[in-house]
Design a protein around this ligand. Sequence first.
Ligand code: UD1
Length: 419
Amino acid sequence: MNKYVINGGNRLDGEVKVEGSKNAVLPILAASIINGGESIIHNVPSLKDVNTLVNMLKTIGCTCSIEGNTIVVNSSGDLDINIPEKPVREMRSSIILMGAMLGRFKKVKISFPGGCEIGLRPIDLHLSGLKMLGGKITESHGYILCECDKLYGNEIHLDYPSVGATENIMLAAVSAEGITTIQNAAREPEIADLQEFLNKMGAKVTGGGSSTIRIQGVNHFQNLEHTVIPDRIVAGTYMVAAAITGGRVILKEVIPEHIKPIISKLGESGCKIYRYDQAISISCGKRPNAVDFVKTMPYPGFPTDMQAQMMALMCNARGTSIFIETIFENRYKHAEELIKMGADIKIEGRAAIVKGVNKLMGAHVVSRDLRGGAALVLAGLGAEGATIVDNVDIHIDRGYDNLDLKLKSLGADITKDEY
Ligand code: UD1
């Protein structure tokens, strides 16, 4: 296992390139099943979750070659419709393979997913969406078998704009006969990127990124090449790293439009932020101001995936901030660890009240989930003394490409050790 050892207090200064988006590349890798041919995918981040999904694709019969940040997936021939169980239980987003497999092979068997311990995370919306397209679903002994003779387009209204359910339905509907509309669809930028990938493959999808998506099914797909969008959560994490150390960082290869809600909250806390075409600069000379209210919402609201990092910053702020987590019911595990570092946080159901303290103190803390782990690293960068963050390989490596090396290049004192 790996841990980070951080000696806090260094002011970050410099430039960092933001990697490709984890949440965009995972459904795109699943989509590469659909064409039964070659997909060349650029700007793929080097992450544990990407490796897990690539290994699953290989296990079911795809060939995948990786060179630098490019992955070539070849999904020709018959693939095994039995998705391997262990990785599905480890990584919830592998459920995304269902829609693509059902669309192409009309049958898929997969176990119920696991993933980050941040809430119950049911998959009812995925399953009801696939049923609406004609999938017959049988659940037994922890497995889901989904099959059909043919998929038919339908009008699907999601009770909640679930990101994964929107993607799974899109992945199946591109091969269905007729037109599918998804209403109350998730509007995250990763959905628009998936739409672009699918359309390059020959699909006919419009509306991705808005709350109504229209998919005209087709029966022929082609080879394609695509570059994944930058990771807006990674960008936000480096912005907080600059803020928490009173530093100045230029982020390259970002889409400022995608991080508007993060820019807005960091601006409120007193950071100076400038937007360029594909870059952002952030500088924060003094102790941050508390922001009144951080309420997580589906895009374009404040992302739940940035709640923990923002909380780390507010632990040091001048004043009191209130967080409301509306997306996941159990996403405050980092608070307990931040308290070990001297933070003043009270949790009441979905609310967290954070009273800023002058300085956090380095401590030995445990990362319990991906973004919470990143928040502890950020807290360590701003804290006095040494912080040790455990479980780096289990959680933080799932979603950050060489976080320690990139922070080091900005001047942080951070090393990765085995234990
Ligand atoms: C995706 C992101 C994750 C992000 C989340 C919310 C990926 C790989 N992961 O996760 O990083 O935190 O969006 O922005 O893209 N729900 C149901 N039934 C369902 C599906 C979801 O009740 O069938 C609930 C979930 O329990 C949760 C909420 O809907 O409370 C949001 O989940 P969803 O948008 O589906 O998130 P994910 O796709 O799992």
